[in-house]
Structure formats: C-alpha cells, structure tokens
Write a protein that binds this ligand. Sequence first.
Ligand code: IPE
Ligand code: IPE
Ligand code: MG
Length: 248
Amino acid sequence: MSIKDSLNTENIPDHVAIIMDGNGRWAQERGEHRVFGHTSGVESVREALKAATECGVKHLTLYAFSTENWSRPKEEVDALMKLLVETIANEIAELNENNVKFMTIGNIGSMPQSVVDAINNGVESTKNNTGTNLILALNYSARWDISNALKIISDKSANGEIKSEDIDQEYIKQYLSTADFPDPELLIRTSGEMRVSNFLLWEMAYTELLFTEKYWPDFRKEDFFQAVYDYQHRERRFGKVGEQLQSN
Ligand code: IPE
Ligand code: IPE
Ligand code: MG
C-alpha cells in the first residue's frame, strides 16, 4: 500500500518546494565523485514530479542551483551546467507526454548561453501544457529576487507610476520571480540540514517546513507522499489560536 492512499484529497498543497540537498555526500559515501551524486539526483527529480502529479500538487519548485553555488570548484559548476543542459533536452518529450509545463525562477539571463538556450527551448516546448507546473530555481537566491524587485519598484516610484503609500505586500509580490505562483504550503529539505539557504524567503512566511535525513538521490515517490501526509497533520494557525480554527 502506498501512503498516497492515506492522503486527504481535499487538502493537497497547491505548491510544494524542495531544497534538493545531499548529492555530494551521497556520492562521497559511496567512494564516488560528487558529480555522480548530481547525475543520480535526476532520477529523484523524476520521482518527485511523478508523485506531485499523481497526488494533484499543481506547482513543484525545485532548488537546483543557487546564486551562492557559483563559488563551488569550477569543475563541479561546469559539470552541473552540462548536466542541466543535457537533462532539460532529454526530458522535454516526457514532460510533454505528461502535460507538464516547465518554468524557471532566478537570474537566468546571467547563466551560460548553452543553459539559457536549453531553458528557452524547454519553456517554449511545454508552454501550452496544462498539468503540473515544474519550476526550476536556477541561479536563484531569495535576496537576489527581492533586491531585483526593489530596483524595479524604485524605478516605478521615480517615474511616478506608484506612490509609496500604495506599495503593499501584493504590489511587491508581482515583481518577484514567483509572481505567478501561490506561496508554497510545504517546503521539503533533504540531507538533514535544517536551514533555508536563501530560498523563497518572502514566499515562505507561512510555509510548513519539513526536513528529512535522506540524501536527495535516495528520495522517491513515497517520500514525497509521506511529506504531504505529515503536512496534512500539521495545524496551520496563521497567527490565530487553535480554537478559532476548529470553529471553521
Ligand atoms: C545539492 O547537493 C545540489 C546542489 C546544491 C547543486 P549538494 O551538492 O549540496 O550536496 P552536499 O550537500 O554537498 O552533500
Ligand atoms: C542549497 O543547497 C541550494 C540547492 C539545493 C540548489 P546548498 O548545499 O548549496 O546549501 P548550503 O551551502 O549547505 O547552505
Ligand atoms: Mg548541499
């Protein structure tokens, strides 16, 4: 039996975000090079996407490369870029078969041209799909995103397009790279690290955080369902007291 059968279908999160961590340690524990962990992690991406689709999660955002990850050894960064280009190209047909729409958040324009081309191709080829939205966070950091939004808003303010008293949370949100997506209800981080590493800081104001010891290459569909199951047994209070929620 799958944990999926125990899920409350009325309470499936609309958006799940994952910090896919632990590839390097997974490989090193097997006496392999860190890059082997990254290539092995691709299967876990497929599993997470299948699980999201099967249980009706509409948005799946995966943290694949942070702004800070550029400071890793050049050899590893190059291998990651190559893996990205190859994986996007290899997966497009299957994404289309499964009606998955591929999107990205992050500073894509500053990535190597081969990556930009692969992304554009993936986005263009899947843009009419209406099933699960697969959102890869690439060259992404939340502070980059928020700073970028502030620059745009500052220009609009200088041009007289917006008055400071009209700048509220909804206004700011529309200039973040996540503008088109709801805030994630659930964030999963693998590998036992309990930190958010500059991911979706604005959007996770009320996100439920779930940490698992498993390294990303070991992550499978059942782990995703288990995370959704755990999420469904949390009480989300949004600043209220428990009794107020029960009366709803
Ligand atoms: C996550 O795994 C993948 C990326 C950050 C690109 P890591 O490469 O961070 O693996 P660990 O955390 O060093 O084990
Ligand atoms: C976060 O993992 C970024 C991605 C998963 C892409 P890191 O491995 O880079 O995070 P830190 O350095 O351990 O905080
Ligand atoms: Mg890591």
